[in-house]
Design a protein around this ligand. Structure first.
Ligand code: SAM
Length: 270
C-alpha cells in the first residue's frame, strides 16, 4: 500500500493538519514517484534504512514494500501519531522516532554491523545540513538517496569547475561519490513547491584521511569559498603558512572553485 493524493489530503483534513512551510513539508502524493525514490535508495530485502522526515509516510511505505526495515526520524510532533497510524500494518515493521535530525544521536539509531541505506525527501531549508550531518555521524550508512531542491542536488554532486561547485560539493565528496540521478516535477508534491526537485544517489567510499585532516580540510574549504572570487593566496592568507600553496603544487592565483577535493587535501597536509 502506498499513499496517493486523495489519502494524503484526507489524512491532513481528518487530523486538522496544515503543512508547515517552516518545516519544509511538501508531501509526495504520487505513488510511482515514491516507489522510484525508494528504488533509487538501493535498499533491498533485509536492509536497514534510515529515513529522515517521513512526514505522513509516502516514502516510508514504498521502502517497506521493498522489504526494508525503516527507522523513520520525524521532528513534527503533530505528524508523528498520524505516521504511526499509517505505518501500523507495515511489514517489516517501521520504527518511528520523534526527534530532530539535526540533534538526534545517529550512532544510537544506526547501529553498525548491518547494511544501512539512507532515503529522504528532505526539508528544503536544512536539506544540505542534514545530509552532511548523516554522512559524518552515521558511518554505517553505505549509500542511498536524497530528494532535494534541484539547485541543492546539483551543488551536492558538482565537480571542480562546474557552476554549482561549492562547499557542499567538496564536503560531500570527502565521504561519498554522489550524482544527480533524476528530476521530479512539482506536481507530485502537496503542497506544490515553487522550486524544482531532483534526487541524488550516493555511495560511500573510504575518506582521504582521518578526522583531524577532515577538520583541517573543511576549515580551509569554508575559508576559501567564504571569499570565492578572491585568489587563494588572499582568501587563505590567515589559514595557511606562507608557501603552502606552492608546496602543495597549487597555483596561488587560482580560486577555491577550481580546486578538487584532492587539492584541498594536499593543501591541508602542506
Ligand atoms: N517524506 C515525506 C514525503 O516524502 O512525503 C515528507 C517530506 S517533507 C519534504 C520533509 C519532512 O521533514 C517533513 O515531514 C518535516 O516535518 C520533516 N522535518 C523537517 N525538519 C526536520 C528535522 N530537523 N528533523 C526531522 N524531520 C524534519
Amino acid at each position: 500500500m502506498t499513499l496517493g493524493a486523495g489519502r494524503i489530503r484526507a489524512l491532513l483534513d481528518d487530523h486538522g493538519i496544515t503543512p508547515s512551510r517552516a518545516l519544509g513539508q511538501n508531501f509526495l502524493i504520487d505513488p510511482n514517484t515514491s516507489r522510484r525514490i525508494a528504488a533509487a535508495s538501493g535498499a533491498v530485502v533485509g536492509d536497514a534504512v534510515l529515513e529522515i522526515g517521513p512526514g505522513l509516510g509516502s516514502l516510508t511505505l514504498a521502502l517497506a514494500e521493498l522489504g526494508a526495515e525503516v527507522t523513520a526520524v520525524e521532528l513534527d510532533r503533530h505528524l508523528v501519531p498520524v505516521l504511526r497510524e499509517v505505518v501500523a500494518d507495515a511489514d517489516p515493521p517501521v520504527r518511528v522516532v520523534e526527534a530532530d535530525a539535526l540533534e538526534v544521536d545517529l550512532d544510537d539509531l544506526v547501529s553498525p554491523g548491518r547494511r544501512w541505506r539512507l532515503a529522504a525527501n528532505l526539508p528544503y531549508n536544512v536539506g544540505t545540513t542534514i545530509f552532511l550531518r548523516v554522512l559524518q555521524e552515521a558511518p554505517a550508512i553505505a549509500g542511498g538517496v536524497v530528494l532535494v531542491q534541484r539547485e541543492v542536488a546539483e551543488r551536492i554532486a558538482a565537480r571542480a569547475g562546474d557552476d554549482a561547485y561549492g562547499i557542499p560539493s567538496v564536503k560531500a565528496a570527502w565521504w561519498v561519490h554522489a550524482r544527480v540521478a533524476g528530476r521530479v516535477p512539482a506536481s507530485v508534491f502537496h503542497p506544490r513547491p515553487r522550486v524544482d526537485s531532483s534526487f541524488v544517489t550516493f555511495e560511500r567510499h573510504d575518506p582521504p584521511g582521518d578526522e583531524q585532516l577532515r577538520q583541517r580540510v573543511f576549515a580551509l574549504v569554508d575559508a576559501g569559498f567564504g571569499q570565492r572570487r578572491k585568489m587563494l593566496r588572499r582568501s587563505l592568507v590567515d589559514h595557511i603558512e606562507p608557501g603552502a600553496l606552492e608546496q602543495a603544487g597549487i597555483d596561488p592565483t587560482r580560486r577555491a572553485e577550481e580546486l578538487a577535493l584532492d587539492d584541498w587535501v594536499r593543501l591541508a597536509g602542506a
